[in-house]
Design a protein around this ligand. Structure first.
Ligand SMILES: [Zn+2]
Length: 123
């Protein structure tokens, strides 16, 4: 979500390092692509989003809490984010991109993220 988006968050940096260590080249802040993927490669046609578990509602994740007050406000906000993420992924796939999502909580286990991304990016 544009308004809460900070650049170069710790999880983003961690994922960049993982992709870099895999020897895969990429560009950052791809504003010309739908959803401005955090990491992408146009010729290899992949896009990676590094999502915060709270804002993007990581399913069954303990970080995806809902604040007690203004519940409706938050629920609508979260729903809009999730809908947007889905729409963006769909558009990118239609353009021939493979779309990967790395959740903030996953970067605590970089070797797991690395093996998943390796599979997803080398298709
Ligand atoms: Zn999570």
């Amino acid at each position: 979500m544009a308004t809460v988006r900070r650049s170069d968050t710790a999880p983003e940096l961690a994922v960049r390092k993982i992709v870099c260590d895999l020897g895969i080249r990429y560009t950052l802040k791809n504003r010309d692509l739908p959803g401005s993927p955090d990491i992408a490669n146009r010729s290899k046609r992949f896009a990676i989003f590094v999502h915060g578990c709270f804002w993007h509602r990581h399913r069954n994740c303990k970080r995806a809490t809902t604040p007690r007050s203004n519940r409706t406000f938050w629920e609508e906000k979260f729903e809009a984010n999730v809908r947007r993420d889905r729409r963006v992924a769909k558009v990118l796939r239609r353009l021939g991109f493979s779309v990967s999502t790395v959740w903030e909580c996953e970067v605590a286990r970089p070797e797991r993220v690395a093996s998943r991304l390796k599979k997803e990016l080398e298709r």
